[in-house]
Design a protein around this ligand. Structure first.
Ligand SMILES: [Zn+2]
Length: 403
């Protein structure tokens, strides 16, 4: 099976995960792909391929003779697709891109006007959707590339490589991918997630993240006799929001800029509740941001009375950079691998978390690599066959490195 056939085979399997479901996997349908992958892994020489009770697929590809002493390397990709767009009945199509608009279906186009980076794909074979569903390159491109590399090792035993450990997780899109991960049984002490976008991306920074709930206790009384008595929780909530620096919000920040974000609010005069998230790549700034939010709460309590506003703010994940810095050979190697295929390596900072961040804090340093997919999480998602092929070479370069 070649890379494109394999990719098309996997995107045909419907694997939406589900939000707010507290079981693993969150949807039964992810087993369908897990079972296929176990069979396919066995076919390409991974005799130990297995799926565990939580739908995590594991396999190893043993080291070539003479490579047994080189530390094993892991590759991780996810099987689920995001619920932000329909994910079943995908009708992929291969387009040889020569510039201009790609008509996905009537009235739905992928246009360089919306996506100026399209120019770099002129001359590529792109796999696109019909404009009504996801493609699922996020992250079946990653899966197909890892599988294609292993198949190449089976077909070409003369290519010497270290031991490669593989895991395909369910539920990455809902933050449950790293749960139950078998760090001992996986077979490698460091690895990469293959779950990024355009060719060349290497990511080892994520946000530091805290999520919080703010509860405001008001006091309601008939508006006609409210003078000096009513404490309007809705107004206190509004006051809190306006005290956050507006320029430091998701809609006004990018790159390494952190933010505060109140994403919802509900309430009445007698009580209000809102959710706040705090994000920053820099740990010291992150701590300062959390302290600022606590200060606002203290200030409002000094104005409206102790106990009016309560805040529960919890750290949810940290920037994986701290865990990667002692293992910068992972980054150096990835950069060299990108250069070896003629790609310009790009260090990217995720404005979010990655499963690799959780793996890194769990004891397996795990930066993220590109896949050659673009426009993830929407109906204009596409993948470049040319760049996916290059990614297989990138993975091979890393697996065939003694560093
Ligand atoms: Zn992904």
């Amino acid at each position: 099976m070649d890379l494109t056939e394999r990719f098309l085979k996997y995107v045909a399997v419907y694997t939406h995960s589900a939000k707010d479901v507290k079981k693993d996997p969150t949807t039964e349908r992810q087993w369908d792909l897990a079972r296929i992958l176990v069979e396919d892994l066995k076919e390409i020489g991974c005799a130990d391929a297995r799926v565990d009770e939580w739908c995590r697929v594991y396999a190893t590809c043993p080291a070539s003779p003479g490579w047994e002493d080189v530390p094993a390397i892991g590759f991780v990709a996810h099987m689920d697709t995001v619920v932000d767009a329909p994910g079943d009945n995908i009708k992929p199509r291969i387009v040889h891109y020569e510039g201009g608009d790609i008509v996905l279906s009537e009235g739905i186009v992928t246009s360089p006007k919306d996506f100026p980076f399209m120019d770099k794909y002129i001359g590529h074979d792109l796999i696109v959707t019909d404009g009504t569903t996801l493609l699922g390159a996020d992250d079946k491109a990653g899966i197909a590339e890892i599988m294609d590399m292993v198949q190449r090792f089976q077909q070409h035993p003369e290519i010497g490589h270290r031991k490669v450990a593989i895991c395909f997780t369910p539920d990455e899109e809902v933050g449950r991918g790293p749960l139950h991960f078998d760090y001992e049984g996986f077979g490698a002490k460091m690895g990469y997630t293959v779950d990024g976008g355009a060719l060349g991306g290497v990511c080892y920074e994520t946000f530091n993240a805290a999520n919080g709930v703010i509860t405001i206790k008001g006091f309601n009384i008939h508006p006609g006799s409210a003078k000096n008595k009513m404490k309007n929780a809705v107004k206190i909530a509004a006051r809190f929001i306006t005290m956050l620096p507006d320029a430091e919000s998701p809609e006004h920040t990018e790159g390494f800029e952190g933010y505060y974000h109140v994403g919802d609010i509900e309430g009445s005069e007698s009580g209000a509740r809102m959710h706040i998230i705090v994000r920053d790549h820099d740990r010291a700034k992150f701590e300062a941001r959390k302290a600022f939010v606590h200060n606002l709460v203290d200030y409002l309590n000094s104005v409206y009375g102790e106990g009016t506003v309560t805040l529960e703010l919890e750290d949810v994940y940290y920037n994986m950079k701290e865990m990667i810095l002692p293992h910068m050979e992972l980054i150096d190697n990835a950069m060299k691998a990108m250069e070896s295929v003629g790609a310009t390596p790009r260090i990217e900072a995720a404005r979010g978390g990655t499963d690799g961040a959780t793996f890194s804090y769990g004891g397996m340093p795990c930066p993220n690599l590109s896949t050659g997919g673009e426009n993830a999480h929407g109906v204009k998602e596409f993948a470049s066959i040319n760049d996916m092929k290059k990614m297989v070479d990138v993975l091979q370069y890393i697996a065939c490195s003694r560093e």
